[in-house]
Design a binder for this molecule. Structure first.
Ligand code: PBG
Length: 332
């Protein structure tokens, strides 16, 4: 590229002077159709229960969720991503509640799909809501997260989700080979249309703290997740991870968290040209919320700036706890 014209014949401010020319030169625009709303679901009669580290976000029971789903549909949000708060008495070392066909997630998916057939339902494939130790995988005799037995468990979990109507299964566990194994299992059972959203580059991040409170795995989590989630210091490794997921049959790739990993989003999108999502995680939400509550920043403007930044960096879809707010702000 050459920039031979220079000041004063080249004036960058000319196009910025008026609203009409600012709009004409705008390269990216956020749409409600870009947003996926992650929601925390729970059993029981209480409609909503607050999450202290995520002001404004509640765990919802089925009634609360059906009301919220209607709001999401009216705001043109294409999909919800469900995360369960599992009754502590149902948690075990082997996470078997994760593939109980009458468990919380299968029940909720059936209900949502019958009430809102066109609303996309994405279900999380990972064991952390179901294990007593809060890890995403199963622990072997030596205390390590065992890849092969975990993948077997994830297959069972993904199959139950697909059998009960999940549109898209989203493995967030970071085990090796799980995308291919789940694709094969889905195809063997003729769930050809069940999509896979692969958490390809999921980093071992401190920004997941509020989420762990939300699903009730924070107090039980033993150790950290560094033997399966990625080191924030690494970028090239994320391309290997994404390439493997593409080969194994992922329909869409995801990068997580969001704001500290825009370079990873850009590189993955440029390299694979796949449908690509980014997850603005719980700690990123909490950070903006807390600063806004203290009057330090303008919440709406900061949120819209971050979400637009995700699009500029290559995101086709954005998981954000601000989805409802952002869709409302876009409408007004
Ligand atoms: C775990 C999972 C996590 C999130 C989504 N799925 C947390 C973790 O890996 O401990 C985090 C999402 C968020 O922070 O909003 N399977």
């Amino acid at each position: 590229m050459t920039f031979d014209a220079t000041f004063p014949s080249r004036r960058m401010r000319r196009m910025r002077r008026d609203n009409f020319s600012r709009i004409l030169m705008q390269e990216h625009a956020l749409l409600p159709g870009d947003l996926i709303y992650p929601v925390f679901v729970m059993d029981g009669k209480t409609k909503a229960s607050a999450i202290s580290s995520m002001p404004g976000i509640n765990r919802l029971n089925i009634d609360g969720l059906l009301n919220m789903a209607e709001t999401a549909v009216n705001l043109s949000i294409p999909a919800l991503a469900l995360f369960p708060f599992i009754d502590p008495t149902l948690k075990t070392e082997d996470a078997s509640e994760a593939w109980n066909p009458d468990g919380l997630i299968p029940k909720i998916v059936r209900k949502l799909k019958s009430s809102f057939p066109d609303l996309g339902i994405i279900t999380d494939v990972a064991l952390d809501p179901y294990t007593t130790h809060g890890q995403d995988g199963l622990i072997d005799a030596f205390g390590h997260i065992d890849n092969e037995s975990t993948v077997e468990a994830l297959i069972r979990q993904a199959l139950v989700q697909a059998q009960n109507g999940s549109d898209m299964v989203a493995p967030s566990d970071m085990m090796d080979g799980r995308i291919g194994a789940i694709r094969l299992a889905l195809d063997t059972e003729k769930h050809y249309q069940t999509r896979i959203l692969a958490y390809s580059a999921k980093y071992a991040s401190a920004f997941y703290g509020p989420f762990r409170e939300a699903i009730g795995s924070a107090t039980s989590l033993r150790g950290n997740k560094k033997t399966y989630q990625m080191d924030p210091a690494n970028g090239n490794e994320a391309l290997w991870e994404a390439g493997l997921d593409v080969h194994e049959g992922a329909d869409m790739l995801m990068i997580k968290p969001g704001m500290p990993y825009l370079d990873i989003l850009w590189r993955i999108k440029q390299n694979f040209l796949m449908p690509t999502a980014i997850y603005q995680v719980s700690g990123e939400y909490a950070m903006i919320k807390a600063a806004a509550e203290r009057g330090m920043i303008s919440e709406k403007e900061c949120v819209m700036e971050v979400l637009t930044g995700f699009k500029r960096a290559g995101a086709d879809a954005i998981l954000t706890y601000y989805a409802l707010d952002a869709a409302r702000w876009l409408k007004s």
